[in-house]
Design a protein around this ligand. Structure first.
Ligand code: GTP
Ligand code: SPV
Ligand code: MN
Length: 600
């Protein structure tokens, strides 16, 4: 019997099964019974462990291979016929070479294993904003994660009917060797091939691969935006909710901002926060000329270290049940622990993310502390378990966006917040974003790299065309969201953060909304508008005035150095980079000459 009613899907499954040679093929229907049976099977095989049923009901524990703990940007490719269509921002292979190289690794890779067929929807099932994918995988861990992160199962197949479009997503762990690892995207074929990894961003193909790399390509053609952005709503006691979308690079605070808890000092104002999404936004200009956004995901794949009842109480509450923990420390009582989390790890019998006995304060041969949890250890949890989750997450049409916020980790240079002078200056601000590298990807930590709109690793086509697309999208809107840049990570001379961050960031969001709603005047500087000091509500927060000044100081000399680096970056894209971005660049240079010193 054919596995589904969809002719092309059946044909493709057969073809992939011929190549991968699984022992059998199982369709994921989305039922609780099947999920429980698969969980039990993976517990028996040791792929996952069940955690303490009393303290963490329904929770699972998983360790990845030690060489497989983050996205691998150097093994991630965009395979288009023309190299220029992938752009200097992507690794490139021709589709023929991609299929050949990865095909060799897929060949027979599922022998002795089951191939699971996961039909999933990014976005509410059946919404015209949503896209369907089908992932074939030999990993139950992937299935269990996809069941949380996406809407998956029979009802997705039902909407697909016998001929609907879907993204063909093929994944095999193969032998998990890094030499045979490739994450390939074929935007022209609407296909993804991922082999040799078992880590989240490389294998949960609905997430970065489909919802950003493939979707950004689709969005370019279909006139919408697929972005690495959180979405959050801020409700005033009057009942009005304003929504913002914010792009920060990986491990730079999206999950935290999306679940923000108002700080003590602002409680009296009665704000309520609604979490719509923490990682990805799909945004469209509707017939009203406004920008509307949905979160295509259904769960969080969040960074564990640093998550505690003080920094992010909503995340802590979210992960108390039905959560998969990956690469954290395992306590002997079947609970979990990570650095800067809550509680103490048990002194005896705790096992670190590698499975080795671990005690606080352990050091390696070079005297470096051995972490109990990997710095990129993660939790996978349903959005619906978040105490601030928005009922709008299931709305096919999403929410209307008032402000777009860009940001990164900058120890120096970028002020706490500033606003663009207009849409194209805002696109320039996003295009010139930079951030210090984190543990979410392989490479040297801490190094500043340019990461336009936090999309450098995720833009599935030439980034110059992407920036042009952003400029054009602005023209399509009759009502443009205002654009801002924030930096929660500015440091003093001793390397201490000047701004407390987390819940306190609401003070900055408040200013942003005040600007959007025309209630507040800004101070015009060479780089954009900054707040009048009295316009940031500092009730209950004691920061010395000189630190606040440092947080907003603009150093024209440092900005000129920055501009040189931006220039080098822009030049990589040659003639394809929109001229109006060069014009913005020159205008900034002129403003720094004219105004810079006044505000230094
Ligand atoms: P991805 O899931 O990789 O896309 O990351 P993310 O952007 O969602 O990052 P997340 O919110 O998980 O934050 C990552 C790290 O940044 C955590 O260690 C947080 O503790 C830290 N962090 C988040 N917000 C702030 C802040 O406002 N200030 C400071 N100093 N640190 C923060
Ligand atoms: C990121 O690295 O930006 C993530 C985690 O959100 S992953 O899904 O691994 O890409
Ligand atoms: Mn992310």
């Amino acid at each position: 019997m054919p596995i589904t009613q969809h002719l092309e899907l059946n044909r493709w499954i057969d073809e992939m099964a011929d190549m991968c040679q699984p022992d059998n093929i199982v369709l994921i229907d989305g039922s609780d019974e099947q999920k429980e049976a698969l969980t039990q099977e993976s517990v028996v095989s040791g792929e996952v462990l069940r955690l303490n049923e009393e303290k963490l009901p329904g929770c699972l524990y998983h360790r990845t291979a030690q060489n497989d703990v983050a996205r691998v940007e150097h093994l991630t490719y965009i395979c288009t016929e023309l190299k220029d269509d992938a752009g200097p921002n992507n690794n490139w292979m021709s589709p023929a070479e991609g299929y050949r190289k990865a095909g060799a690794f897929f060949k027979g890779a599922m022998k002795g294993r089951t191939m699971y067929v996961i039909p999933f929807s990014m976005g509410p099932v059946g919404s015209p904003f949503s896209k369907v994918g089908v992932e074939l995988t030999d990993s139950i861990y992937v299935v269990l994660n996809m069941l949380i992160m996406t809407r998956a199962g029979q009802d997705v197949l039902d909407t697909l009917g016998i001929g609907g479009d879907f993204t063909k997503c093929l994944h095999s762990k193969a032998d998990l060797s890094i030499e045979k690892r490739l994450i390939l995207h074929f935007p022209e074929d609407n296909a993804i091939w991922s082999v040799g990894s078992g880590y989240g961003g490389n294998v949960l193909l609905g997430k970065k691969c489909l919802a950003l790399r493939i979707a950004s390509h689709m969005a370019h053609k279909e006139n919408w935006l697929a972005e690495h952005m959180l979405i959050l709503g801020i409700e005033k006691p009057s009942g009005r909710i304003d929504y913002v979308a914010a792009a920060f690079p990986s491990a730079c605070g999206k999950t935290n901002l999306a679940m923000l808890i108002p700080p003590e000092g602002l409680k009296i104002k009665g704000y309520r926060i609604w979490t719509v999404g923490d990682d990805i936004a799909w945004m469209r200009v509707d017939t009203d000329g406004k920008l509307w956004a949905i979160n295509p995901e259904n769960g969080f794949f969040g960074v564990a270290p640093g998550t505690n009842t003080k920094s992010n109480p909503s995340a802590v509450e979210t992960v108390q049940k039905n959560t998969i923990f990956t690469n954290v420390l395992l306590n002997p009582d079947g609970t979990v622990w990570w650095e800067d989390g809550d509680g103490e790890p048990a002194p005896e019998g705790a096992l670190d993310w590698k499975g080795n006995p671990w005690k606080p304060g352990m050091k390696d041969q070079d005297g470096k502390p051995i972490p109990g949890a990997h710095p990129n250890s993660r939790f996978t949890a349903p959005i619906s378990q978040c105490p601030s989750h928005s009922y709008r997450t299931d709305h096919h049409h999403g929410v209307q966006i008032s402000a777009i916020i860009f940001g990164g980790r900058r120890a120096h240079l970028a002020p706490l917040v500033y606003q663009s002078l207009g849409w194209s200056h805002g696109v320039y601000m996003g295009a010139t974003m930079a951030s210090e590298r984190t543990a979410a990807q392989y490479g040297k930590q801490g190094e500043v790299r340019r990461d336009p709109m936090a999309m450098l690793p995720f833009c599935g086509y030439n980034l110059a065309d992407y920036l042009e697309h952003w400029l054009r999208m602005g023209v399509r809107m009759r009502w443009q969201p205002k654009i801002f840049h924030v930096n929660w990570f500015r440091q003093d001379e001793e390397g201490n953060y000047l701004w407390p961050g987390f819940g306190e960031n609401l003070r900055i969001l408040e200013w942003i909304l005040g600007r959007c709603n025309g209630e507040l005047e800004g101070v015009k500087t060479s780089i954009g508008f900054i707040p009048k000091p009295e316009d940031i509500d500092m009730t209950g927060l004691d920061i010395p005035e000189k630190d606040m000044e440092k947080l907003f100081s603009i150093d024209p000399a440092a900005w000129k150095v920055e501009m040189k680096d931006i220039e080098e970056f822009f030049k990589k894209f040659g003639d394809r980079l929109p001229v109006s971005l060069w014009a913005e660049h020159e205008a900034l240079g002129r403003r720094l000459e004219e105004l810079g010193s006044e505000h230094a």
